[in-house]
Design a protein. Structure first.
Lengths: 322, 651, 104
């Protein structure tokens, strides 16, 4: 099964949407594209189960490699294992639901759907990639559409309703909210905050990736499997694990870099909110697992108390906020 | 091995009804949704009865008693070969009894709702939710794996939320639904931690293996009993936490606050959820893990005993003062559940009365389902007629609603424990078991049964007597209003349930449902029964004296009781205490500062970074002044600097 | 004539250079700026000729370079005048501070 189909399908759908005429054409073409992706992911699941049942116990299945920048030893390398298959299925389902939910989005529906498709292409590519550079590339691809979706089609945050007071006020945030309300949360503000913080995260990830790259023995390589087998020196692991973990952690709202989430989610249009919560935040978790912990197990073990502490704070903290 | 695959259909049919009605009910099926939902539950009930017949009389019999059968098992998530979350169906006396009870009462509620909810816009959604609830409850009682029961536990909570908040345009209903969900969810935290403790030490999630390992002396048992936290063994902690989870669902003190408010839902929903099924889930859970409770030395069972007894008494006192018919019934439910828990707590280490409490509790669960559902449905008919929940708007309805009157009377006699109605038998069993275990608790139970009779007949007399008889064309029956008492679909369940309330006492329960599967001897009740029945009769007569005719006697009695009456009327201010703790302490002292920190410090840090960047930008943007001469100056300054650098540093 | 030390001529040329720089940085009139630029160029010319005459009397490279500079100065003056005329047409002023639109 050619995995790149999953990455190309949304791009083809986006291209098709460019040429559609009316609102109906755009919507139905998008839905058709999403359904095709859903069927592809179900097919992938079935094929994967069949392969595993047939006894193929390789770490990754359906691999495909193509030299991208040979001078830097960067390859376009895709493959799946169990975690990837489930995440791809998740992405396909959420995409289908997202397109159905934004059936009546206005204005500029064409651009909206095109951006959704780019977003999903980025997500698919991220879950499929086995080369760190490819992974990072798709991570970046998925950030820009989020910025545009929230900035253009989002709505300012509605002031929180005090659930226990007698008055129920629904209004978008104004400058007269009082000293503790902070800056006025409008859609462009949330979009900018999200984009800047996620790009900050990507920058940290990049530093980590460079650290990994330059610490590989022999010819430097970005390949996931070979780095995993290589067992990087502990010093290097200790230095670069925080970068990778915090970088991906920003994507997954690790305390204290979680502040883009309340504004981003509340300002986002429904489909983007679904995608953000369901997929984008899992990009970070998947990255932590697949890159940070998998490639640097010794450092992960050393830093585990810190990780546990931060995670516990994140769990308890969110529920205390009023 | 007989084929038990059909058991899986019992919960799955209502689930299918939920899916179909949820997606298409509102637009495509409309009025037919009720029929579809009822049909699904009818088939489930039929299958349950068939399964009960086969289990109790054909397949389940081993020697003298009944054995536990694992009907179906599907390994879902396997953490290690021994530890896995399975979806399994277990058949033993209590689960088979429960599926009969749940599906039967659900069927009655479905039929009743055909008439009661007729004309609702969201008729299809209502039946979809009922189907979801029935599925969850049936799944809960059939679960063979402790994690599976937790899954269905949460599902039950979720469906109850949907049903209580059915009239979502009423803020009180929304608040009640939230309260129910939050309180039970809070208790479920204890349940989850208890599950983790027990399964971690027993190294299994399967009920049979878990009970086996924590019961007989084994390495796992040694592990869990030697480890201790704050002086109490981990086994006790685990069991207490699981009990807390059960107490939340079963509305025992102090997690009972959600039950009266949950009456905001439609009345058939109250009959289903808050009378017969969901609230007994806690009792069922303790019964399911009973061997471990017994073996742990009985300390945890003491807690169960006292909590149950206290809840029973508290609820009975509050019920004596309430004026909303459904609230009285809600507190009555809480009281009866207290009885069930009390019975489970009466464990005596030795002797033939050792596990009498188990059977008594479940027997009471069985009979209670019938008469409580009947009470709620009758209340539904009354409310439907009078368009109000308050007792002061009712009175003298016995000629207007003759069938309801008869059924209500039967149910009241059953709950008061008057022979030969079903409640008598089950309540006697509980009191007998309490007598053998703890005389003080027996006394409390005895007093509470007198109170039960009093407040139930207070309700009865207030609704059906008290005022001059109302005829059919009286006052508020506008033109084209209901013809007669109620449509057939509302009367049929009343009759069937009344028959159940009459006859359920004669089911040979102790032969079928016991702790170890072997039949127990029931002693003839005889002399022992005199005290409770006498107290009940006294209660009935006091109620008749006060409420038979409209008078100021009740007010004088209330004034005589003074402060206690006021406290009981306000439900002992427990709700206010909770509101105080949550609003003033948790929200104001913890929540607001946390939010402030998040907004101003954590987020402020990010904004601060942005402001600093903007500030730096503001400071240095003057460099790009647009004046050529300034640029030329910088250019030459740079050259001068580089010259200095090269001359002084690189020579 | 008694030899004037090279350093004196270099001082003159340096002084001219910096006077020209000062004028370039401070004058507001574009024509005057142009005149300062000419001063700078001429100071460099003096420098070249001086070095040529004092250090390499038998070679003429310095003088050749000076000729180059004179020619280029003339061309540059022409181009500068063209620019100034264009600026005047846009801003109606030959004050260089008035042409400061490309700022933050």
């Amino acid at each position: 099964m050619n995995l790149s189909l999953l990455v190309i399908a949304p791009l083809i759908t986006a291209a098709a949407v460019v040429f559609c005429r009316g609102l109906n054409g755009i919507r139905w073409v998008s839905l058709a594209g999403a359904t095709v992706q859903l069927l592809l992911s179900f097919g992938l699941l079935a094929l994967y189960w069949k392969e595993r049942a047939a006894g193929n116990s390789g770490a990754f299945l359906f691999e495909y490699r193509h030299a991208w920048f040979p001078s830097w030893n960067i390859w376009y390398h895709v493959g799946v294992d169990g975690i990837s298959v489930s995440m791809i299925l998740l992405t396909a389902l959420v995409m289908e639901a997202a397109i159905l939910v934004s059936w009546a989005i206005k204005p500029m529906s064409r651009e909206f759907f095109i951006l959704l498709h780019f977003l999903s292409a980025g997500a698919y590519g991220f879950f499929l990639s086995l080369d760190l550079f490819t992974l990072f590339f798709f991570l970046e691809v998925s950030v820009i559409p989020k910025f545009l979706l929230i900035g253009v089609w989002g709505s300012g945050r509605k002031v929180a309703v005090d659930a226990f007071s007698e008055k129920v006020t629904h209004s978008t945030a104004t400058a007269n909210d009082g000293p503790s309300a902070g800056p006025t949360v409008t859609a462009p503000y949330s979009a900018m905050k999200l984009a800047l913080m996620l790009m900050g995260g990507s920058a940290l990830v990049f530093v980590g990736l460079m650290g990994l790259y330059y610490n590989t023995d022999g010819v430097h390589s970005f390949d996931l499997m070979s780095i995993a087998q290589m067992h990087l020196p502990v010093e290097a692991q200790r230095k670069f694990f925080p970068f990778l973990f915090v970088g991906f952690g920003i994507f997954t709202a690790l305390f204290p870099f979680h502040t883009w989430v309340p504004d981003g989610h509340s300002s986002a249009p429904t489909a983007a909110s679904m995608f953000l919560a369901g997929i984008s935040m899992k990009l970070g978790g998947y990255g932590c697992l697949r890159v940070a912990v998998y490639l640097m197990p010794d450092a992960a073990r050393e830093y585990s108390p810190v990780i546990i502490l931060l995670a516990t704070i994140a769990i308890v903290y969110g529920l205390l906020l009023r | 091995m007989p084929n038990y695959a059909y058991i899986a259909l019992i919960p799955l049919l209502p689930l299918a009804a939920f899916v179909v009605l949820g997606l298409f009910g509102r637009k495509y099926f409309r009025g037919w949704s009720g029929v579809i939902g009822t049909l699904a539950v009818l088939i489930s009930t039929g299958l349950s009865l068939w399964a009960a017949y086969r289990y109790f009389f054909v397949d389940g019999i081993v020697g003298e008693g009944h054995r536990q059968i694992v009907a179906l098992k599907y390994v879902w998530l396997s953490f290690s070969p021994g530890l896995s979350i399975d979806m399994s169906i277990i058949l033993d006396p209590i689960s088979v009894m429960m599926i009969v009870v749940v599906s039967f009462v659900s069927l009655m509620v479905h039929i009743f709702s055909l008439g009661y909810m007729k004309g609702e816009v969201r008729f299809g959604t209502y039946y979809a939710f009922l189907g979801l609830f029935t599925f969850s409850m049936l799944g809960l009682v059939l679960s063979g794996n402790i994690f599976e029961i937790y899954i269905f536990w949460e599902l039950v909570g979720c469906s109850s939320f949907l049903l209580i908040g059915y009239y979502f345009d009423r803020p009180t209903a929304v608040a009640a639904a939230k309260k129910a969900f939050i309180v039970t969810r809070f208790a479920d935290l204890g349940f989850l931690i208890g599950i983790l403790i027990l399964s971690f030490h027993a190294e299994s999630l399967d009920f049979r293996t878990l009970i086996q390992r924590l019961n007989a002396p084994s390495s796992q048992l040694a592990g869990i009993t030697t480890a201790s936290f704050m002086g109490i063994s981990l086994l006790s902690w685990g069991l207490v936490l699981v009990f807390i989870g059960g107490a939340g669902k079963s509305a025992l003190f102090p997690l009972h606050i959600w039950l009266p408010d949950a009456m905001e839902g439609p009345t058939p929903v109250s009959a289903l959820i808050h009378a017969a099924t969901m609230v007994v889930a806690g009792v069922y859970l303790v019964a399911r893990l009973y061997p471990v409770y017994m073996f742990s030395g009985g300390t945890v069972l003491q807690v169960v005993l006292y909590v149950g007894a206290f809840s029973a008494l508290l609820a009975a006192i509050i019920a004596c003062t309430q004026t909303d018919i459904k609230r009285v019934l809600a507190y009555s439910t809480m009281s009866q559940i207290g009885y069930m828990m009390l019975a489970l707590g009466t464990f005596h280490p030795a002797g033939e009365a050792a596990t009498m409490g188990y059977t008594a509790s479940l027997f009471h669960l069985f009979t209670h389902a019938f008469f409580k559902a009947l009470l709620f449905l009758c209340a539904g008919v009354v409310i439907h007629k009078v368009h109000s929940n308050e007792m002061r708007d009712m009175g003298g309805l016995r000629k207007l609603l003759p069938l309801t009157h008869g059924c209500f009377l039967i149910a009241c006699l059953a709950i008061a424990g008057i022979p030969p109605f079903s409640g008598f038998f089950s309540k006697e069993d509980i009191l007998l078991s309490a007598w053998h275990a703890n005389k003080f608790v027996y006394g409390v139970g005895l007093f509470t049964s007198g109170l039960t009779a009093f407040y139930m007949f207070r309700l009865y007399f207030s609704v059906f007597w008290r005022r001059p008889v109302r005829g059919a064309g009286d006052g508020h029956d506008g033109p084209g209003h209901h013809h007669g008492e109620a449509p057939f679909t509302m009367k049929l369940p009343l009759v069937i349930l009344a028959l159940g309330a009459l006859l359920a006492g004669f089911v040979p329960f102790s032969r079928l449902v016991t702790y170890d599967g072997l039949p127990q001897e029931t002693h003839g009740i005889g002399v022992f029964a005199i005290a409770p029945v006498a107290l009940a009769l006294i209660g009935i007569f006091i109620a008749r004296y006060l409420y038979f005719k409209e008078s100021d006697r009740p007010d004088r009695v209330a004034a005589a009781w003074g402060g206690l009456y006021k406290w009981a009327y306000h439900k002992f201010y427990i709700d206010e205490v909770y509101t105080f703790i949550t609003k003033k302490i948790i929200f104001n002292l913890i929540g607001r500062p946390a939010a402030w920190i998040d907004r101003n410090i954590v987020d402020g840090l990010m904004n601060f970074l942005a402001t600093v960047t903007a500030g730096i930008s503001g400071a240095i943007k003057g460099l790009q002044s647009g004046k050529v001469q300034d640029y030329a100056l910088y250019f030459f300054a740079g050259i001068a600097g580089l010259t200095v650098l090269f001359i002084y540093l690189y020579t | 004539m008694s030899q004037i030390p090279l350093s004196h001529i270099l001082v003159v040329s340096t002084a001219l250079f910096f006077i020209g720089m000062y004028g370039l940085f401070t004058r507001r009139n574009m024509i005057t700026m142009l005149m300062s630029v000419e001063l700078i160029l001429n100071s460099v010319n003096i420098n070249f000729v001086a070095f040529n005459k004092y250090l390499y009397p038998d070679k003429l490279e310095g003088v050749f370079f000076t000729l180059f500079i004179i020619a280029i100065a003339a061309a540059e003056a022409a181009v500068a005048i063209a620019i100034i005329i264009n600026l005047y047409r846009n801003f109606h002023s030959i004050d260089v501070e008035d042409a400061g639109e490309m700022k933050f």
